[in-house]
Ligand binder design. Sequence first.
Ligand code: C5P
Length: 232
Amino acid sequence: AVRRDLLGRELLITAGGTREDLDPVRFLANHSSGKQGWALAHAALVRGARVRLAAANVDLETPPGAQRLDVGSAAELAELVAEHRGQVDALVMAAAVADFTAADRADSKIKKDDGDEDSVPAIALRRTQDILRHSVLDRAERGGARPAIVGFAAETGGEGGSALDLARAKARRKGADLLVFNDITGGVFGAADNSVRVLDREGEEVSHTSGSKTAVAHAVLDELLPHLPEVP
Ligand code: C5P
């Protein structure tokens, strides 16, 4: 039976991966397909929500009923989220947002030096805005509980610790209501299935789901419910 437990609710879901132009032909991107964000949008719609779907370079058909808002770069996504987050009950940041962008985008194609086979261009990068962190701080400044905020963390682990340890630290640092941790050591990009642990803002695990991206989406929405602002 379908639970219509999001009836009357409005969600902003970000999906896909941003692209940062280096010059007119090249960009920095990532492997995000948008499938998990899409699954979240589908699941939320089935449960009765209205969905604004911020899509960063996603090559998938728009879920029927969703309001699709296309963006390219991290800066465009930041602007869109800033514009919409005050109008929704929840912000679900499933998009893979670039952490770095070109310090100065070249107006013409960066050329290789044909006279020197060993030369490579140095491409200067700068940090992008952490949209999730920014949204948490913006909500705190307004002093409200709206919107509920869900972040995602794809970790491989490494010198900083195990993937789970890194995600727990991130949950505490970002301050979102929930952080969905995805262990990508085995590779999930573009896959139909996923395995996630939902962490609270203290980094404690509140649920663990392995299965289709649809199953994961419903598990995330289940955990989101108690964090939704009270209906006025
Ligand atoms: O720090 P990290 O990139 O691992 O955090 C992942 C989470 O933060 C995701 O929810 C992603 O959408 C969000 N994020 C963001 N702005 C960035 C980088 C990541 O909102 N510049």
